[in-house]
Write a protein that binds this ligand. Structure first.
Ligand code: MOS
Length: 715
């Protein structure tokens, strides 16, 4: 890349010296604690006098609460209280990214969807609370509801341009399409999908000496504490939130309903209250990936060079909060074209509010774009790897901005080499092995990279140890371990002398474990703190008993960064076998090659990428929230009904990366949390086409859909 103005060393030239820790595979610092059960999750931490809250969820999709028979429940054994809209503390507008209607719990009698918390029953034991919640009679004045999503729904409205990238309008899409010899024009649909972190959401709240203490399962304790303070009208100084160990988040662990209700109950009852969700409650009330319907029009010349990309997407949101699924992001950055147009529509329905779910926007968006690219390759008669290489842009196709680094072409070439792509017969439906039809597919993906403002502190002790304090969250990613490696190199010391303190709002402002920007953001702050500490240490003869502390804050440095296109990229290859008798699709092997900046810990980075690909496999073949139209309720809110790929569904998945030097920020890190799921579903669906000759434009590619497609006769 040639842009030099975009790389100011405004942090004072802090670049980690080559200490050798970064880039070496390390097992997790807390790994032993986790596998021996010593690591405590939010619901495991004991407290004196702990009471237990149990959620009561609405059973109607729209209406008003007309009565709630709390008296009967209050007389039940162990029951200490019932929190509801008649007695709940009043809340102020607050949210992680602006006021969030989802957090305004128990504020009035309105019911916006099935599964909305309408009360919390608090008792001495979880069993008593559960019995009380089951016994609480709530009556509703029901109103007609609408929970059926479709793109042309009359309630649909254009998504606001901010805060994400606005819709694109480059060139004249209609003119290019009219003049192009090859046009693909198709619709793709993806269903409602649900996060299923191994650890269900749980929170404990208590008041102690006028301070609110919270033990939570979240993706960023500082940001959660800030929201809580605003929500309850408290000084953030008196609010402390910790989330030492978190068993997965995938975007679902922001400010959870269980946290807001635990704080309410602790405030009303003046005792510690824990609220832990059941798996069904996680399905009902902690966010989801909205269903999408996307229309893709691709136009090219006879060699496959793109003249137009026209990507229109629609997804649902709730009536209480506008969540926008940014499916068109990839169409802004993946391929060069003379004209690019994107449109994003949100359809508010009587449904739970969607939210971030691993690869938000990209997971479903890449399914549409990368399926359409495969269809274009077929229409033009060009190999799908070659088609993508032919449309490689030299700068942001819409923005015109330079890429901080890209290297997607290297991913495609190296991936094709390792996968054995050159031997592929492009004709569909030609490889047979007994009752199986075999096929291979490729797709690309990207996810936004970058860093967001964070702070960190490092204290050097006289015994030669260093304590790194940063408000990071380790949601199972290995962030704690990665940050120790970054700190070790930045300090020029072995990782063994570094101790990590994370996941505590008292450690100062820090970005969330989200948007694939956690490690990049925190590492930069840690690196800056190390530089400050080294300067301070240089001016003392020896470390005093209480240590020397260096501090870093990246706010100014990030604010001074030039504009660039910053993304992680990946190319994914899949081989599937389709059972000609049952229509069952089995993935036989997958390979993902990624360009994701500097890789801090190859062991955990690979796990992140393989995990993303596994979730993409699950999305391609299994995951689908099913709603009953008459009730507006999710009918498969458990692991019996909501299918997730299990071990037997997941073959050996390989993930690796190409050299990708992004020196647009001193950490050089791009993030690996989400790019692994971008493109996976398309790679698999494209492989199913190659196996059978039939396109699947609706996810998941269920066996009934494969059978009903008329395959293999249809080819
Ligand atoms: Mo991620 S969906 O930003 O946790």
């Amino acid at each position: 890349m040639t842009d030099t103005t975009a790389r100011p060393r405004t942090d004072g030239g802090v670049v980690a010296p080559a200490g050798g820790a970064v880039g070496t595979a390390r097992t997790r610092l807390e790994g032993r604690d986790k596998v021996t059960g010593a690591a405590r999750y939010a619901a495991d931490v004991p407290f004196d006098g702990l009471a237990h809250g149990w959620l009561v969820l609405s059973t109607v999709a729209r209406g008003r609460i007309t009565s709630m028979d709390t008296a009967a429940v209050l007389g039940m054994p162990g029951v200490l209280g019932v929190v509801h809209h008649g007695n709940a503390p009043r809340l102020h507008p607050a949210g992680l990214f602006g006021p969030d209607g989802q957090l305004q719990l128990l504020q009035d009698d309105r019911v916006p969807h099935v599964g909305r918390p309408v009360a919390l029953v608090v008792a001495r034991t979880p069993q008593q609370a559960r019995a009380g919640a089951a016994a609480l009679t709530v009556t509703y004045a029901e109103e007609p509801h609408d929970t059926v999503f479709r793109a042309g729904h009359p309630a649909g409205r254009p998504a606001p341009a901010a805060p994400a990238r606005p819709d694109a309008d480059l060139g004249d899409v209609e003119a290019e399409i009219a003049a192009a010899p090859v046009v693909v024009d198709q619709r793709y649909t993806t269903p409602e999908e649900h996060h299923s972190a191994m650890e269900p959401h749980a929170s404990m709240a208590r008041w102690e000496d006028g301070r609110l203490e919270v033990v939570d399962s979240n993706q960023g304790s500082f940001m959660v504490a800030r929201v809580l303070a605003t929500l309850f009208g408290l000084d953030q100084e008196i609010v402390r939130v910790r989330a030492e160990h978190v068993g997965g988040g995938f975007g679902s662990k922001g400010v959870g309903p269980q946290l807001v209700l635990a704080v309410m109950a602790a405030t009303l009852l003046r005792r510690p209250v824990r609220v832990a969700l059941t798996r069904r409650q996680v399905f009902s009330t902690t966010g989801l990936r909205p269903a999408t319907e996307q229309r893709l029009r691709l136009a090219s010349d006879s060699t496959g060079r793109l003249r137009a990309i026209d990507h229109a997407t629609a997804a649902f949101t709730s009536t209480i909060q506008e969540y926008v699924e940014r499916n068109t992001e990839a169409s802004n950055v993946m391929y060069a074209a003379d004209a690019i147009r994107t449109r994003t529509t949100v359809v508010p329905l009587d449904l739970p509010t969607p939210g971030w779910m691993r690869g938000p926007g990209a997971a479903a968006g890449s399914f549409a774009l990368e399926s359409a690219m495969d269809e274009l390759a077929q229409a033009v008669g060009v190999d799908p790897v070659e088609l993508r290489l032919r449309n490689e842009p030299s700068a942001g196709p819409v923005s015109g901005l330079p890429f901080s680094s890209r290297n997607l072409a290297a991913c495609l070439r190296e991936g094709a080499r390792r996968f054995g792509w050159a031997d592929r017969d492009p004709r569909p439906g030609t490889r047979r092995e007994g009752r199986w039809l075999l096929g291979t597919g490729v797709a690309c993906g990207s996810y936004g990279a970058g860093a967001l403002p964070s702070t960190a502190a490092i204290t050097a002790r006289a015994d030669g140890s260093y304590t790194v304090s940063v408000g990071a969250a380790d949601i199972g990613t290995g962030a704690r371990t990665a940050l120790a490696l970054v700190a070790a190199d930045a300090l020029g010391v072995p990782p063994e002398s570094v101790r990590m303190r994370i996941a505590d709002s008292r450690l100062g402002a820090a970005w969330f474990a989200g948007g694939s920007k956690g490690t990049a953001s925190w590492s930069w702050a840690v690196t800056a703190a190390a530089a400050d500490l080294r300067e301070r240490l240089a001016s003392v003869d020896r470390v005093p008993p209480d240590g020397v502390t260096g501090r870093g804050d990246t706010t100014d440095a990030i604010g001074a960064l030039g504009k660039q296109e910053r993304q992680s990229y990946g190319a994914q290859f899949a081989e599937v076998a389709v059972d000609t008798g049952t229509g069952e699709v089995r993935v036989r092997r997958m390979l993902g090659m990624f360009a994701a900046g500097r890789i801090v810990n190859p062991l955990t980075a690979r796990s992140q990428l393989v995990g993303g690909m596994t979730m993409g496999l699950s999305m391609a073949l299994h995951e689908e929230g099913a709603r009953d139209e008459a009730l507006g309720a999710l009918v498969n809110s458990d692991f019996a009904g909501y299918h997730i790929s299990a071990h037997a569904d997941v073959p050996d998945i390989e993930a690796d990366w190409v050299e990708d030097v992004d020196d647009s920020n001193p950490s050089g890190i791009k993030g690996v949390g989400e790019v692994g799921i971008a493109g996976t579903a398309a790679a698999i669906a494209n492989a199913v086409w190659h196996a059978t000759g039939v396109r699947h434009r609706a996810l998941p590619v269920r066996l009934d859909r494969v059978l009903e497609s008329g395959f293999p006769a249809a080819r």
